[in-house]
Design a protein around this ligand. Structure first.
Ligand SMILES: [Zn+2]
Length: 400
């Protein structure tokens, strides 16, 4: 592919047609995953199904990447740039695909296959990858895949999440650090010889209050939420162990790591010292980063929504967000964007949402989203300065 914009214009209708022809594949994936919902890291059916389809379509598949049995990399071509479409396919316990990840898988696979057909690597000089990223709802498979270097070989990544509206991002995903704090003291008879005990619960309660009070001296864009998960065995025993779990959130992962976490630890250590306990810390879940927005990728995706005749309403400025996604961590290592596509009017994480993913509206929406992703990937390959602009944005944000 070259900078010849005439050639570029010529390929877009072909891409749209290629995705349309993949509608049966999209429907097959959406429905079969809907019927076989699997929670995070148990997505064996989904992972086999998707890699099977990709192999049939000429992709070479590496399964079990990043030591995650249900993660995979499926790729055509060895050239750079290598553009990835990310698939999610984990379901929610009890309600199946109430977050619509079955549609996300269908979109990524269809976009990848469409691009491999319309712009084969030997012709266009780029490779196309479909990344199988498991367990978004639980451990955050992408965070692990980032840590294990899966994205070293990727130049840009796209993903589409179903919801109530079309969107091209909106800064609503926060960084989040789960922190488990455990205090260790010494048991004794609470009535007979309390003086021999060291009360871990006392330290825990002091620390809980101190940590909550930190809110007064942190930036507004921080949320501190915690519970006491263990406070002793019985009231006639001085508690030797007490434990809390916090989720610390911020719109800036560096502020979280460099300021918030150290202050929280300091407060807990102070409380432990006051009582004579020891304290230890553990991240009991993965650390999520906020989503870095790429103006250039937002612009391209918005243009391609328009190209396929879909409207993108302006984001609601009053919505501050606070949720997390493992896509955030990806955006800090390669240019990446998550678009939203209007597939349902049901609320997220509901049975109704799951049901709507297999309706004609849900499938139509997935076809539309696959077109937007494929066309956008095409744009950054056809016009290399766009990808360069996105990479420059990442470098700049990392250096500030
Ligand atoms: Zn989701």
């Amino acid at each position: 592919m070259n900078e010849n914009s005439k050639e570029k214009q010529d390929k877009k209708p072909e891409i749209v047609k290629a995705v349309d022809s993949l509608r049966p594949v999209i429907e097959d994936i959406a429905v079969s995953l809907y019927k076989n919902p699997e929670t995070g890291l148990n997505e064996y059916f989904a992972s086999e199904k998707l890699t099977g389809i990709l192999k049939e379509n000429g992709f070479s598949v590496e399964a079990g990447v990043a030591d995650l049995p249900t993660a995979f990399v499926a790729r055509v071509g060895a050239n750079r740039p290598n553009i990835a479409f990310m698939a999610e396919y984990d379901a929610l316990p009890g309600i199946g695909h109430g977050c619509g990840h079955n549609l996300m898988a269908a979109v990524a696979v269809a976009a990848g296959i469409a691009m491999s057909r319309v712009c084969p690597p030997e012709e266009c000089g780029a490779s196309w990858t479909v990344l199988g990223t498991p367990a978004e709802e639980t451990v955050g498979g992408k965070v692990i895949m980032v840590e294990k270097g899966v994205f070293k070989d990727v130049d840009a990544a796209f993903i589409a999440h179903p919801g109530q509206t079309n969107s091209v991002g909106g800064g609503v995903y926060w960084a989040s650090h789960p922190l488990e704090i455990t205090f260790h003291g010494r048991t004794s008879h609470a009535g007979g010889n309390p003086e021999a005990g060291i009360n871990a619960l006392d330290a825990c309660v002091h620390a809980y209050i101190a940590i909550r009070n930190l809110r007064n001296h942190l930036k507004d864009s921080v949320r501190i939420a915690g519970i006491i998960t263990h406070g002793g065995h019985a009231q006639n025993i001085v508690p030797d162990v007490a434990q809390m779990r916090f989720t610390l959130r911020s719109t800036d992962w560096r502020y979280l790591e460099n300021v918030v976490i150290p202050k929280v630890k300091q407060a807990a250590e102070g409380a432990a010292q006051m009582v004579g306990c020891t304290v230890d810390f553990r991240h009991h879940e993965m650390l999520f980063r906020e989503t870095l927005e790429y103006p250039v990728l937002k612009r391209i995706c918005a243009q391609n929504f328009a190209y396929v005749g879909a409207e993108v309403p302006p984001p609601d400025p009053s919505y501050a967000g606070g949720g997390v996604t493992d896509v955030g961590s990806v955006t800090w290592v390669v240019p990446a964007i998550q678009i939203g596509f209007s597939a349902t009017s049901a609320r997220g994480h509901s049975v109704e949402f799951a049901e709507s993913t297999v309706t004609p509206r849900g499938i139509d929406a997935a076809v539309m989203a696959a077109k937007v992703l494929a066309l956008s990937a095409y744009d950054i390959v056809a016009e290399p300065h766009l990808l360069e602009e996105a990479k420059a944005h990442l470098r700049e944000r990392l250096s500030t």
